[in-house]
Design a protein around this ligand. Structure first.
Ligand code: 9RB
Ligand code: ZN
Length: 378
């Protein structure tokens, strides 16, 4: 909550005719999510996992040294921007960005060590837009990418799948693993929302890593029915082919029907559905190993209820909380419309490009570092 994004107006810097207000990627939605988890009584039934600082080595498994050092140097001056003049940060933000990435790593450790069954890392700044060379889109370091490389190189995970249900394209994560066949990146996003021109269908990964990046661009106005179809037709078959030894989720809650930075229609029951299905996949494919990292989500009133539904699904604990926004958002109309079904079908046609674990060239070679103790999907 100390990560200081200063003033802005939506994604734009204040100035000129734009009167300063709290920057949209401020602490409010995240603080209210944490407060609801506590007030509901659920927090007392969870295993608290303290964040640790990601080390320079952890960060540089994904990012260039120049990017890490630039963020550190700018923070030391008291103010900086991650890279696009939309992502301001303050003096503590280098340190806090290390804690955000390290918080996801701590979740990975907790799950691999059996301290927790699965983990939700409620961290900021977010990460999925940060590419190896730069931050942008409110992101400084790519938290989920840093955790994936850590899982591979330190914990011996042979294959990692990253499912990104933030409403914006996970472009930084796509870039980080474009050449890496050991990490499947799958982003479900509102077509054309952000970054501009990013996240097209058919971007499947570099030669040698083909089929290990999938984009599912959905038309604006997609809701529960569309995402339900994406899980049935894309997420579940793709992950079954890939057989990950760990599933990470870039968990943006900005697909909710009241988010100011997108035009999708999800509600708390949609996030409960997605979290429950990912959890079931993790149990089927990789002994339940599942870590979620918080990303976007800018409605301070709806985010807490979507977040609580996810943590209820992960923990298997149902609290007495009833989402007061659910009836309104359900009323927006949640069925799968024909043009959405077409978009899902186009994405589903890519799934056959995903390599089937154990059948490709080099299968079973245990190519990752620490291959003496590699964890395979079961
Ligand atoms: C810029 C503009 C944006 C728009 C959306 C996001 C969302 C991030 C997120 C970030 C920056 C406009 C740079 C409009 O939640 N990711 O998960 N920037 N938008 N004009 N300009 C110049
Ligand atoms: Zn987002």
């Amino acid at each position: 909550m100390w990560h200081d994004t200063g003033t802005g107006a939506g994604p734009l810097p204040a100035g000129g005719w734009i009167e300063p207000m709290e920057h949209i990627e401020g602490p409010s939605a995240k603080r209210r999510f944490a407060n609801l988890v506590a007030a509901s009584g659920l927090l007392a039934q969870l295993v608290p996992v303290p964040a640790r600082r990601a080390t320079e080595t952890d960060i540089e498994r994904v990012h260039t040294r120049a990017h890490r050092e630039r963020i550190a140097a700018d923070a030391a001056t008291g103010r900086g921007d991650a890279g696009d003049d939309s992502s301001p940060f303050g003096r503590e933000s280098y340190d806090i960005a290390l804690l955000a990435a390290g918080g996801v790593i701590a979740g990975v450790d907790a799950v691999f060590d059996g301290v927790a069954d699965n983990a939700y890392a409620l961290v900021r700044p977010p990460g999925h837009h940060a590419s190896p060379e730069t931050g942008w889109g409110f992101c400084i370091f790519n938290n989920v990418a840093v955790a994936a490389r850590y899982a591979r190189e330190v914990r011996g995970a042979e294959r990692v799948a990253i499912v990104d249900w933030d409403v914006h394209h996970g472009n930084g994560t796509q870039d980080a693993f474009w050449n890496d066949p050991s990490v499947l990146t799958l982003s479900i996003h509102q077509d054309g929302a952000y970054p501009p021109g990013s996240g097209a269908l058919g971007e499947l990964g570099a030669s040698g890593a083909e089929g290990t990046n999938l984009n599912v661009p959905l038309p604006p106005g997609s809701g529960h029915g569309a995402y339900d179809a994406v899980f049935t037709e894309v997420v579940e078959p793709a992950l079954r082919r890939f057989a990950p030894s760990l599933i990470l989720v870039a968990s943006g809650l900005d697909g909710n029907g009241m988010d100011p930075l997108a035009r999708q229609m999800l509600h708390s029951e949609s996030f409960r559905m997605m979290a429950g299905r990912i959890k079931a996949l993790a149990e089927e494919l990789c002994d339940g190993r599942l870590v979620m990292a918080h990303e976007g989500g800018y409605s301070p009133f709806v985010v807490p209820f979507c977040g609580l539904a996810i943590v209820e699904a992960l923990s298997g604990v149902r609290t007495p909380v009833v989402d007061p926004f659910l009836p309104a958002i359900e009323g927006y109309g949640q069925e799968l419309w024909p043009h959405q079904a077409e978009a899902v079908a186009r994405a589903a046609a890519q799934v056959e490009a995903v390599p089937v674990a154990g059948s490709g060239p080099g299968a079973g070679s245990g190519s990752g570092p620490g291959s003496g103790s590699t964890l395979r999907g079961s």
